[in-house]
Ligand binder design. Structure first.
Ligand SMILES: Cc1cc2nc3c(=O)[nH]c(=O)nc-3n(C[C@H](O)[C@H](O)[C@H](O)COP(=O)(O)OP(=O)(O)OC[C@H]3O[C@@H](n4cnc5c(N)ncnc54)[C@H](O)[C@@H]3O)c2cc1C
Length: 472
């Protein structure tokens, strides 16, 4: 079988070396499982031939982009073939007059925006992992980021897809037009499918003109609750900022310690960005200042200097790695990391998180793209302690319960994978039957990323990447 797979992609694009297999068993989540073989296809035809072969022989296949996923969606828990899509990384067309571009799934997000910049256009979702994640991975997880409140998520930009189905059949969904009412909107079905329904081999994306000016503010507060209220007060004004990032004391402390960004030493802060026409930006800056002061901000600092704004943004993006250096015995783990709540529910939700952390004896850093209600928490756990993992798992269940109770969702942008699967099943109980029926129709032999999403059973602290046994 290995010889047949090798003959499809060629010797150079095939590996069973132990070091490669071990490496391809990770994404950026807490999970790990070693696959049997790694391939790097260069063409849709190669993807199709591998899938046909795998389907006939019932071999699991997992598509992989940058491997930056935070919930285990790119971890091959059933072994089999990992299909690294990063060599299909051509930017095939940029048509600013038609507002679209056509790219291979392996194109890195930042590289696409570098290519669009000379035209004055961009692909806006802005994930924090933009320098490493791929367009295919973004489509498969419906990724977004700090600018979703104004510019939307990846799904809002997918005009069309080329997809290889489990049996090797190649289909083209959607169009290259801005509007399309021609039959089922199947491209939407593959958005967020996490490699379980087909492998994306080409993406047609809508693109947007870059804003002419932007300004940023750092507003400091003496409570997390006030920072949360500031977010909804700005939105309700009404004022749609391009971003509001929220950080609690734990995150501010971690970033100041490792990055020397000089964020104010306070309980919570909001990093607020507005963009657009220069006159509008000027007016919105004044409005933001007034609202922050009305809510009780201790200080509000503004900047339109690109260097200063980039420094603040880098500080916010560094929260995740900075938290890992919070204390020697801890690692920062992606558990309950990506929930979304209605914007007005942010204050009560962040306060609930703090209480859950205290009750379960875990350290939880809270931050996130608060303007669209998307909160991130990172738990600091001792990876060698069973008690620490069990406390974490209990806190996760309580956090998701609180999120679902206020009408939220367990994942706003990172996807389900393993670490959110049991909670997604609770949240989406009424559609699980339809999800299973779609999967059965498109992948009857269950070869595509098996065992994930609605198929996951049991505890999430399994297939751990840490040198400890699974505490299931
Ligand atoms: C530091 C950091 C910051 C992050 N910030 C954000 C953020 O702000 N917003 C956000 O949304 N996410 C964020 N993420 C999570 C992650 O970057 C996104 O989920 C991203 O979209 C994953 O892309 P990837 O190419 O790395 O995909 P991978 O991790 O390789 O794969 C993710 C899923 O997509 C599937 N997949 C990949 N390529 C294909 C394909 N061609 N066809 C079918 N399925 C495919 C995989 O099977 C898997 O299920 C962050 C991650 C890190 C480490």
């Amino acid at each position: 079988m290995l010889a047949q797979i090798r003959s499809i992609v060629g010797e150079k694009n095939f590996s069973t070396r132990i070091a490669d297999l071990y490496t391809y068993g990770f994404d950026a989540s807490i999970h790990h499982r070693t696959p049997d073989v790694v391939v790097q296809p260069r063409t849709t035809e190669q993807v199709s031939r591998i899938l046909r072969f795998a389907n006939e022989n019932r071999i699991p296949v997992l598509a992989r982009g940058g491997g930056t996923g935070l919930c285990g969606s790119a971890v091959p828990i059933k072994g089999g073939i990992v299909m690294d899509m990063t060599k299909m990384n051509q930017i095939k067309e940029i048509r600013v007059e038609d507002l679209y571009c056509v790219v291979g799934p392996g194109v890195i997000y930042d590289k696409l925006n570098e290519a669009l910049a000379p035209y004055g256009f961009f692909f806006p979702p802005t994930p924090g992992s933009g320098e490493a994640c791929t367009i295919g991975g973004m489509v498969a997880t419906n990724a977004s980021g700090m600018r979703a409140i104004k510019y939307g998520a990846t799904r809002d930009y997918v005009l069309g897809l080329e997809v290889v189905l489990a049996n090797g059949e190649v289909i083209r969904t959607g169009t290259r037009t801005i509007k399309n009412s021609s039959g089922y909107q199947l491209e939407r079905l593959f958005v967020g499918s996490e490699g379980t329904l087909g492998i994306i081999t080409e993406v047609t994306l809508r693109i947007a003109p870059k804003p002419k000016k932007s300004a940023m503010a750092v507003a400091a507060f003496d409570s997390l609750e006030k920072a949360g209220r500031c977010v909804s007060a700005i939105i309700a004004k009404p004022l749609i900022p391009s971003a509001i990032e929220l950080m609690d004391r734990i995150c501010i402390k971690a970033v100041n310690k490792t990055m020397h960004v000089g964020f104010p030493d306070c309980e919570a802060l909001c990093l607020i960005e507005v963009d657009g026409d220069p006159k509008v930006v000027e007016d919105e800056v004044k409005e933001v200042h007034t609202i922050c002061k009305e809510i009780g901000a201790i200080s509000v600092e503004f900047s339109t200097d690109p260097k200063q704004m980039a420094k603040w943004t880098a500080g916010r993006k560094a929260v995740l790695p900075a938290l890992s250096r919070y204390g020697d015995e801890y690692v920062s783990v992606s558990l309950a990391d990506d929930m979304s709540v209605p914007i007005s529910k942010i204050p009560e939700t962040v306060v609930a998180f703090q209480k859950i952390a205290e009750r379960n004896n875990v350290i939880v850093g809270t931050y996130g793209h608060a303007a669209d209600g998307n909160l991130h928490t990172k738990m600091l756990l001792n990876p060698l302690s069973e008690e620490s993992w069990k406390n974490g798992e209990k806190a996760v269940a309580e956090i998701f319960e609180a999120v679902i109770a206020v009408g939220g969702t367990v994942t706003g942008e990172h996807g389900v994978g393993i670490s959110k699967a049991p909670y997604m099943k609770k949240e989406r109980e009424s559609i699980l039957g339809v999800m299973k029926a779609i999967k059965q129709t498109l992948d009857p032999n269950n070869i595509l990323n098996p065992g994930k999403l609605m198929e996951w059973e049991g505890s999430i602290i399994r297939y751990l990447r840490y040198p400890c046994r699974d505490f299931a």
